[in-house]
Design a binder for this molecule. Structure first.
Ligand code: TYD
Ligand code: MG
Length: 454
């Protein structure tokens, strides 16, 4: 194939240059030129004809809107995160830290799918032997699972064209390289070009393509961020590699809602779905400890109980604020609210906050639990036993309701919690058996009520 011309275009202003330069000749910004394939120069009229002549206007109501048919992967927790299963011609990106279990999950899913569908696993990271060894260790049925160990995009596209599998996994997009570009595999240009080509093929041939992408903390590698716009569905693998639990969260889905998460446990037989995950993220203390507060958070349709831990300690020098699994900016805000409205001072203290089990909590309903964990650690007094907390905190010190309060309370009661400190607006009209509700309106009131309890 003739090598296409490449140009360097600026990611800020779009100006292009035939050679790489440190500074963009158009806007003067540094380090923004990336290599890309030059579009062949076609005269306007020719290009118009190639696009199919005239563009046809349609009324939106004339277009038949069919629900896409779903292909279940045979792994229910994975299907849940996908919004019900895979869609023909859909492109899914799965991102996550190295070693979190992306290859393991996809190999398991393909083995399940291979029973009734043509599937292909393209491995660019591991040799055929390594993949086979993993499959054997997981006791997977691989009789009908096709493998291609290849990193050249053009060769992979040719195989996909001729084999036309229903589902293809590309592990990983960062290892692929197209011979149209001279930059190294993993560079922004290569990753973008390879993903775009694979997406085009997926739509044309109706192949479901699952791309694996690495995310590095430094973002040094061309992370899958540039891909998020190209693909239909983006899933992120979360979890602490030191604990066995893993979450799959959808952050974008053109075919469904993005609120469901899939929960797995990593075992010596691969990833196993956990269908009742509500109590996973509680650490089992023998006795009550200061600085620990149980939060009921809501993930999609499922409430999860998560232990929030805080450690407040005398600072030496600049006080530090550190969070794991929670928003650091939000912590700074909560400390200010705590000071202004409840008179609790932390400016000379280091504050560390952690969500147990490597789970990431984005919802503001975690505020009250974080705040009470901090107060508990600062005063060195455990919170009352069997207490759960949720509620959002506003800058004026008010406590705002969380969505689906009833369900959160019911789940906590089911797991044996007997008291709930929650926003006034979430107070159930009818008492929930087994759980005593303490409803609060303001931060100072919450801190006060805590002192009265037990
Ligand atoms: P892997 O799927 O290779 O991660 P990724 O593709 O996201 O980089 O998973 C690797 C980790 O999973 C590795 O550290 C070992 C662990 N693991 C198990 O605990 N049990 C298993 O059955 C398998 C296959 C892997
Ligand atoms: Mg892998």
């Amino acid at each position: 194939m003739a090598k296409a011309k490449t140009i360097y275009s600026c990611t800020e202003c779009g100006a292009s240059s035939p050679k790489w330069q440190g500074q963009c000749p158009g806007c003067g910004v540094w380090n923004t030129l990336v290599e890309s394939v030059a579009e062949a120069e076609t005269p306007g009229a020719k290009r118009f004809a190639a696009l199919g002549g005239t563009a046809r206007l349609q009324n939106l109501s004339e277009i038949e809107a069919r629900e896409a048919d779903r292909l279940p992967t045979g792994i229910p927790e994975f299907d849940r995160a996908l919004g019900g299963g895979l869609v023909a011609g859909g492109v899914v990106l799965i991102g996550g830290d190295p070693g979190i279990g992306k290859s393991t999950l996809l190999l398991q899913a393909l083995a399940e799918l291979s029973a009734g569908n043509a599937v292909l696993y393209v491995s660019g990271e591991e040799s055929g032997q390594q993949v086979a060894m993993r499959a054997r260790r997981l006791s997977l049925d691989t009789d009908r699972l096709q493998l291609l160990a290849e990193i050249n995009l053009e060769k992979i596209l040719a195989v996909l064209q001729s084999e036309k599998p229903q589902v293809a996994v590309i592990d990983s997009i960062q290892t692929l390289w197209s011979d149209q570009l001279s930059s190294a595999p993993g560079s922004v240009a290569q990753v973008r070009e390879c993903a775009a080509q694979l997406t085009r093929l997926a739509k044309q041939a109706g192949v479901t393509v699952i791309l694996v992408g690495h995310v590095t903390k430094e973002g040094a590698l061309a992370g899958p961020r540039v891909l998020e716009h190209i693909v239909d569905t983006v899933l992120y693998f979360e979890g602490d590699t030191h604990s066995s639990f893993r979450l799959i969260r959808a952050v974008k889905n053109r075919y469904g809602a993005v609120n469901e998460i899939g929960v797995f446990a990593m075992t010596d037989k691969g990833l196993k779905g956990v269908n009742n995950p509500s109590a996973l993220f509680l650490s089992q203390h023998g006795q009550d400890v200061p600085g620990s507060c149980v939060l009921v958070t809501q993930e999609g349709t499922r409430p999860l109980l998560v232990e929030v831990q805080a450690l407040v300690d005398q600072a030496h020098g600049n006080p530090r604020r550190l969070t794991v699994g929670l928003d650091a900016q939000r912590l700074a805000m909560l400390l200010a609210v705590l000071h202004r409205h409840a008179g609790v001072v932390c400016f000379d203290q280091d504050v560390f906050v952690n969500a147990v089990g490597g789970v990431k909590i984005a919802e503001p309903a975690a505020d009250l639990a974080v705040l009470l964990a901090i107060v508990s650690s600062l005063k060195n007094r455990p919170l009352p036993a069997k207490l759960i907390v949720f509620g959002e905190i506003g800058l004026a010190g008010e406590i705002r309701p969380a969505p689906r309060g009833q369900e959160r309370l019911k789940e906590a009661a089911k797991l044996g919690f007997t008291r709930a400190l929650i926003p006034e607006a979430n107070k159930p009209k009818q008492a929930i058996p087994g759980i005593e509700v303490i409803a609060v309106r303001r931060v100072e009131e919450a801190v006060e009520r805590l002192r009265e309890l037990d």
